[in-house]
Design a protein around this ligand. Structure first.
Ligand SMILES: *[C@@H]1O[C@H](CO)[C@@H](O)[C@H](O)[C@H]1NC(C)=O
Ligand SMILES: *[C@@H]1O[C@H](CO)[C@@H](O)[C@H](O)[C@H]1NC(C)=O
Ligand SMILES: [Cu+2]
Length: 155
């Protein structure tokens, strides 16, 4: 019984180890990028954003920008000179904390009338730090060998 429990423990550990999620890069709007008349609510739907992930905003920097706002400002499409503005046209934002984050375009009426607003909910980071994929598979295979070696002891 005890050995079965140990084996189960090792099996579960291995599954957890191999499902370690890597930090994800999200391109807002995918191929469309950050522009007018695209539904960013629909884009965000069903996606899981985690601490450590990165959002990329790709857009024409003569036509748009990215303003970090709060929930009230998001609803009202309003912001002040205190709000952080990104305007390179290829901006990355690494998600550092859990909770809701709001982004709008601050140009003309793009937020209020052209749907250039994105709200996401950032969830806790993946359970373990993200190793590189080669380190990850090496780790997995070492672990697998370990289990094969250890299993007979408990069988
Ligand atoms: C955008 O998508 C959301 C979620 O699918 C939907 O509820 C909303 O009505 C859409 N907005 C527009 C303006 O189409
Ligand atoms: C959003 O920011 C504005 C301007 O700084 C501030 O007056 C307002 O209280 C903030 N609202 C929330 C919900 O944090
Ligand atoms: Cu815009």
């Amino acid at each position: 019984m005890a050995s079965a429990a140990r084996l189960a423990f090792f099996a579960v550990s291995m599954v957890l180890l191999s499902s370690v999620a890597m930090a994800t890069d999200f391109t807002v709007g995918d191929g469309t990028g950050w522009t007018v008349d695209f539904n960013y609510t629909a884009w965000a739907e069903g996606k899981v954003f985690r601490v450590g992930d990165t959002l990329w905003f790709n857009y024409e920097n003569t036509k748009h920008n990215v303003v970090k706002v709060n929930g009230t400002q998001f609803q009202e499409c309003s912001f002040t000179s205190n709000n952080e503005v990104l305007s390179s046209g290829k901006d990355s934002i690494t998600l550092k904390a859990e909770g809701k984050k709001w982004y709008v375009c601050g140009v003309a009426n793009h937020c209020a009338a052209r749907q250039m607003k994105l709200v996401i909910n950032v969830e806790t980071a993946a359970p373990a730090p993200a190793p590189t994929s080669s380190a990850h598979s090496l780790l997995s295979s070492v672990f697998g060998v370990l289990i094969v070696a250890i299993a007979p002891i408990f069988a």
